[in-house]
Design a protein around this ligand. Structure first.
Ligand code: E4P
Length: 218
C-alpha cells in the first residue's frame, strides 16, 4: 500500500518524507486555505519535496473552466496529479486529461456507482471518503470493499485511494481490503507507529541493559 500525506503543510510533508513514509501528497481547497499560502507557490514547493504524485484540485465546476485550471496546475511540475470532483463535467475533464497523458484523481466519491464511472473515465485514482461516510452513520469501509470488488471484476486499473481517513484502524482496514493507496493526515501517519506494548517492551529492555553496565559503542 502506498502512503500519500493529506496536507498542504510543507513542514509536515518534509518531516514525513525524511522518514521515508511519503509516496505522494493530496491537497484540496480546504487544505490550501488552512495552509494560508498561495496555491501555486505552496504546490510548487510540495512538488519539489516529494517525487511521487501531488494532487492539486481544480475549483471550476464547468468543463471549460476545469480544463483551463488543469493546464495551469499541470504546468507547476511533472508530478502534478489533477484532482477533479465526481460530477459529469469532472468526469469529462478526467477523460480528456487522462487521454492527454495527465495523472488524474477523481475526488468526493461516496458510492460504488460513482467509482465505476471514474474508472470508465480513465481516472488514475479514485478517492472514496471513508470518514465522511462514517460521520453520517454509514460504514465507509463498505465502500472500499465494494469498489475493490468491482474494479477486480472488470480489471479496471484505476487505483483506489482511500481518503478522509481519521484513524489508525481506517488505514489497517483499508490495507486489509486492498486499497492501493491511503491518503493520511500527518498526525495519523505518525500515530501508526504507536503501540503501548512496544513502549513497555523497550522500557524493560533498556532497564535490563542498564544493569549489565555494557555499552555497544565504547
Ligand atoms: C482527499 O483527497 C481529501 O483531501 C481528504 O482525505 C478529505 O478528508 P476530510 O474528510 O478529513 O476532510
Amino acid at each position: 500500500m502506498k502512503f500519500f500525506v493529506d496536507t498542504a503543510d510543507v513542514a509536515e510533508i518534509r518531516e514525513l518524507n525524511d522518514l521515508g513514509l511519503v509516496d505522494g501528497v493530496t491537497t484540496n481547497p480546504s487544505l490550501i486555505a488552512k495552509s494560508g499560502r498561495d496555491i501555486m507557490e505552496v504546490t510548487k514547493e510540495i512538488c519539489g519535496i516529494v517525487e511521487g504524485p501531488v494532487s492539486a484540485e481544480v475549483t471550476a465546476t464547468d468543463f471549460d473552466g476545469m480544463m483551463k485550471e488543469a493546464a495551469i496546475l499541470a504546468a507547476i511540475a511533472d508530478n502534478i496529479c489533477i484532482k477533479l470532483p465526481l460530477t459529469l463535467p469532472g468526469l469529462k475533464a478526467c477523460k480528456a486529461l487522462t487521454s492527454a497523458g495527465h495523472q488524474t484523481n477523481v475526488t468526493l466519491c461516496f458510492s460504488s456507482a460513482q467509482a465505476l464511472l471514474a474508472a470508465k473515465a480513465g481516472a488514475t485514482y479514485i478517492s472514496p471518503f471513508i470518514g465522511r461516510l462514517d460521520d453520517i452513520g454509514m460504514d465507509g469501509m463498505d465502500l472500499i470493499r465494494e469498489i475493490r470488488a468491482i474494479y477486480d471484476n472488470y480489471g479496471f486499473e484505476t487505483q483506489i485511494l482511500a481518503a478522509s481517513i481519521r484513524s489508525i484502524n481506517h488505514v489497517q482496514q483499508a490495507a486489509i481490503i486492498g486499497a492501493d493507496v491511503a491518503t493520511i493526515p500527518p498526525a495519523t501517519m505518525k500515530g501508526l507507529v504507536k503501540h503501548p506494548l512496544t513502549d513497555k517492551g523497550l522500557d524493560a529492555f533498556l532497564a535490563d541493559w542498564a544493569k549489565t553496565g555494557q555499552k555497544i559503542v565504547k
